[in-house]
Design a protein around this ligand. Sequence first.
Ligand SMILES: Cc1cc2nc3c(=O)[nH]c(=O)nc-3n(C[C@H](O)[C@H](O)[C@H](O)COP(=O)(O)OP(=O)(O)OC[C@H]3O[C@@H](n4cnc5c(N)ncnc54)[C@H](O)[C@@H]3O)c2cc1C
Length: 488
Amino acid sequence: MIIGVLKASSPCITFVFNIRVIMAMKELKTDYLIIGSGAMGMAFADTLLSDTDHSMIIVDRYALPGGHWNKAYPFVTLHQPSHFYGVASTELSSGKKDEIGWNKGLFELASGSEVLAYFNKVMTQRLLPSGRVQYFPKCSYQGDYEFVSNLSGDRYKVDVTKKIVDATHLNTKVPSTHTPNFKIEADVQFIPLNNLVNITDAPEGYVVIGGGKTGIDACLWLLQTGVNPDKITWVKSRDAWLLNRLKTQPTVEFFEHSIGAQADQVESIANAKSADDLFLKLEENGIFLRIDKNIKPSMFHGATISEMELEQINRIKHIVRLGRVKHLKGNEIVLDNGTIPTSKNHIHVDCSATPLENINPVAIFQGDRIIPQTIRSYQPVFSSSMVAHIEALYPNDEKKKNQLCQVVPIPDRDTDWIQMTAINMMNQFQWNQDKELRRWMADNRLDGFGKIVKEVDKTDPKVIAVLSKFRDNAMGAAMNLQRMIGEM
Ligand SMILES: Cc1cc2nc3c(=O)[nH]c(=O)nc-3n(C[C@H](O)[C@H](O)[C@H](O)COP(=O)(O)OP(=O)(O)OC[C@H]3O[C@@H](n4cnc5c(N)ncnc54)[C@H](O)[C@@H]3O)c2cc1C
């Protein structure tokens, strides 16, 4: 039912009346109703399609599948290799390494438009032709198995014979849909990151607000396009530990970096005396990076960066660490712990949105509801694919499914890395005990590291040394993580 309210007024009369348009509710039937065609919803649908013969309806308020990538800034890319991203059935990566730029020598990072084109292809060339999937773009789910088309106004009621899948829980925030939490005077030039590409007249300087991956992307793009680093002021309320992209490469050629880093990581954890000691060990092993060796990071969001990008970003010398911005004025920026000068001729770039923030982990399997979340750290799409597989594998054993799918919380503070890694290891340990899950993971293209271990020459002494280091330290690492969690 649409309720229209029309107000009319004249000097002598004011009246309000309602127009009530009764629209018939259209009825649909499906096994699984999936809310959200972002990366999580798509990865879930794709695996459910492979593993079952169930039907699905996918609803999303955006016009195209791909979720937040619809709203991304034009120069956005994945920050991990494309190999690990997308849905299990369909490769995203071309298999090429970058030959130019600051990711040179490492595997390609799909751009935002490539990711969007990819998800559209998955929808139109795989999900829909199966005849078991129906897709309703530009439709908002309103609860109670009902959704409405934002274009036609048509309303739908779905008879769901199995489950509803809420693939919106991660609530990803991107700069273009984010409202800053500080005051901005009207005469200040303040833009979301997306508008950086629309600048036509060079300003006096740029002030990038936000120390996370988005802020890094803004700074790197400005440098890449030739802006003098001295013209950039970077305001960051916290420093972050970053992941070294060299250690996330998906092929055997990088065995010593990728799997070597996994082995170094468990050894570092097993031997760490404290959280700070652990982070320094991870840095010594080249797994963690930071912008400034003199600043102790207090944040960890899993942002991944190459060593060349780090080198570039370090050309920016004007970094402001005075807490959060409170007020942006025409001539100064007021922060928690001081003020800095600015001008109306400076462009202030908003990078203060945190993509995944304040997510409360909830049980993934809740009766007739599934809420896909991360069950392997840094791997949301692998996680969602695995949640679908476990749903298909053990349809009637809720307890087992939740045991196998403990939510790996999204980290915010540096020390959150410890809890995240502990649950990650526990999940992996449980999966390894399950023969069918082991087989499934080995065949899943999203399980990039598993594939490296499967393909590597296990008679090579260097390989043996790495795998032994991993095995010898795994138990000690798990116990030491628990000790550190207890102390925290
Ligand atoms: C810049 C950036 C780079 C990233 N790089 C990587 C990477 O390299 N590797 C990696 O693994 N991950 C990466 N990620 C994370 C990953 O892409 C996903 O962002 C994450 O898993 C969240 O996806 P999602 O599907 O949960 O959320 P979203 O993309 O936000 O999708 C949720 C969908 O739900 C829809 N929706 C919400 N409410 C409703 C409603 N009521 N009715 C209808 N539809 C609704 C929305 O329209 C949206 O399409 C990156 C993220 C960002 C922001």
